[in-house]
Design a protein around this ligand. Structure first.
Ligand SMILES: NC(=O)c1ccc[n+]([C@@H]2O[C@H](COP(=O)([O-])OP(=O)(O)OC[C@H]3O[C@@H](n4cnc5c(N)ncnc54)[C@H](OP(=O)(O)O)[C@@H]3O)[C@@H](O)[C@H]2O)c1
Length: 274
């Protein structure tokens, strides 16, 4: 009888201090993998065997270079990069400042792309690698008053698919992991600095109530962690994966695919009660 041989992987994981990233980090190290996990305040990352805390701020391109290169020098190579860190904003799109929009794209797109560009050549010269980009179902089913977040996640999903089209060989594989609502600290970190506006007040309040209700009832981040752990063991992982409750992650995207845009917008407004 053939026994499967466990090989510990070296993994760079952004956003390991909370929520989905923390759950992934805990499960990976429990399984024997070595994880270089990041936070803007690395002291927030729990002291665990095989979990190496690192400072990384996606808003600062120098910090991204420094964190990845320091971790690579320590690790020697990375088998897996998990682009997970991120935060959102909440407020009317027309009142979002250019700075707030740019910040969402820096944190959710440019920072992650910078990490991919650092990781890919290193993975290729090592022989193989897997990149998991945590985007969101909001890239396909946008949440009202999160326009820049939805757009940045959609940009990251499109960039991921574009690279999947272009990759000349299968030594580096890339997965777009799209969670639906997952019960984490995400809403506590949401930036609500967009200008208050009486025209939107009622809809903003109704949507936030729904967003909070969905978050409270959502699956735990450990469900995403289990999916990530399964992905890193697959020799040919699927290019796109959805995780979350069955309605959000399976039924709604399937129905949405066949609906005309007018009906999609009507349905989403109904869902959020606006
Ligand atoms: N929860 C959901 O319902 C949901 C759904 C779809 C997609 N997602 C995505 O899943 C990912 C993880 O979110 P979560 O729900 O686990 O939220 P969370 O509990 O708030 O965790 C966010 C993580 O990202 C890090 N982070 C935030 N801003 C950062 C920045 N500028 N630079 C570096 N690190 C930063 C945080 O670290 P520090 O604050 O310690 O730096 C933290 O570790 C995000 O990309 C999010 O968009 C979440």
């Amino acid at each position: 009888m053939r026994e499967s041989v466990f090989t510990a992987k070296r993994i760079f994981l952004s956003g390991a201090s909370s929520g989905i990233g923390l759950a992934i980090a805990k499960l990976l190290v429990a399984q024997g993998h070595e994880v270089w996990g990041t936070s803007r305040n690395p002291e927030k990352i729990p002291a665990l065997l095989r979990l190496h805390p690192l400072r990384l701020d996606l808003a600062d391109p120098c910090s991204v270079d420094e964190a990845f290169n320091a971790a690579l020098a320590e690790a020697d190579h990375f088998d897996v990069l998990i682009n997970n860190a991120g935060s959102g904003h909440f407020g009317p799109a027309e009142n979002l400042s250019a700075e707030a929009i740019a910040n969402q794209f820096q944190v959710l797109v440019f920072g992650h792309l910078q990490l991919m560009k650092l990781a890919m050549p290193a993975m290729r010269s090592h022989g193989h690698g897997l990149i998991i980009n945590v985007t969101s179902l909001a890239s396909r089913l946008p949440v009202p008053f999160m326009a820049a977040y939805n757009a940045a996640k959609a940009a990251m999903a499109a960039f991921t698919m574009s690279i999947q089209l272009e990759l000349p060989d299968s030594r580096v594989r890339i997965v777009d992991l799209e969670p639906g609502d997952i019960c984490t600290e995400f809403n506590n970190a949401v930036n609500k600095s967009a200008q208050q506006d009486p025209r939107y007040e009622a809809s903003v309040a109704k949507t936030w109530t729904m967003v909070e209700r969905n978050m409270a009832a959502a699956p735990k981040p450990e469900s995403v962690a289990r999916r990530v752990c399964a992905l890193i063991e697959q020799t040919n992982p699927p290019p796109r994966v959805t995780v979350g409750d069955a309605f959000q992650s399976k039924i709604a995207p399937l129905i949405f695919r066949f609906l005309p845009q007018r009906i999609r917008i009507w349905g989403l407004k109904k869902y959020y009660g606006i």
